[in-house]
Design a protein around this ligand. Structure first.
Ligand code: URA
Length: 228
């Protein structure tokens, strides 16, 4: 009799246990915490980036959404702790939906390889996620609206260093209005993260003499990553 009562209680407890798991939204029989619970409640960075990208893909905050072919969100990983930030997508990027895939992008790939990294080791994005028509400079209100997405990306990626490619990225990240020479020589920070500003690869394509200072900036960046 006692054995039977204990058996009945065991069945009832087991039923309650699974009903509680069901009511918490669990659908799998696997025991142990859910994927999201393992990370202290927040999804993994890749998942967070994918969710943010979903939102950006349907963005209509500014007029650039009307002329874009594809939103250019960003690619790569932050496993080395390094994020490159450019200005805005050009024609090739707008078509392919990936940052820095045109001529300037090919030069950026070589710049990254010059510090013994590959494009897959770093994260690459832009301040502006949609192409300004005719590759014009982005308007201040477009920078203001779109840089909120960049802020969210950086919060997820938590880089050790950021490389700002050109003055638009340097200004958006540092909040300072300087000459390119000024950005390169100042110690710049974005929310405590070190920012290294250098000339935009497109500027190097127009003026080959800028390649030398870019190389020097990359040495500084590489030394910082090695020592931090
Ligand atoms: N120039 C940029 O600033 N970004 C790109 O993605 C391509 C060219």
């Amino acid at each position: 009799m006692k054995d039977l009562e204990e058996f009945a209680r065991l069945i009832s407890d087991t039923r309650n246990y699974f009903q509680t798991r069901l009511s918490l939204g669990e659908t799998s029989l696997l025991l142990g915490p859910r994927e999201e619970d393992r990370g202290g409640g927040s999804p993994a960075p890749d998942e967070q980036l994918a969710r943010l990208e979903e939102r950006v893909r349907s963005c209509t905050r500014c007029a650039l959404h009307r002329s874009r072919t594809k939103v250019v969100f960003g690619t790569g990983t932050a496993r080395t702790g390094l994020v490159f930030v450019g200005e805005a997508p050009g024609r090739d990027e707008d078509i392919q939906g990936e940052p820095f895939v045109g001529r300037a992008g090919q030069l950026l790939t070589r710049i990254i390889e010059a510090i013994q990294l590959s494009r897959d080791d770093v994260y690459i994005t832009n301040v502006i996620k949609c192409r300004p028509e005719g590759n014009r400079d982005p308007h201040p209100h477009e920078i203001e609206l779109c840089s909120r997405y960049l802020i969210e990306q950086l919060e997820i990626l938590k880089p050790r260093a950021i490389c700002a490619l050109g003055r638009f990225a340097a200004q958006a990240l540092s909040g300072l209005k300087l000459s390119m020479a000024g950005y390169r020589t100042e110690d710049l920070f974005y929310r405590g993260i070190r920012v290294f500003a250098t000339y935009h690869p497109a500027a190097c394509l127009r003026n080959a003499s800028l390649k030398r200072p870019v190389w020097e900036d990359m040495q500084k960046l590489r030394d910082f990553l090695k020592s931090s």
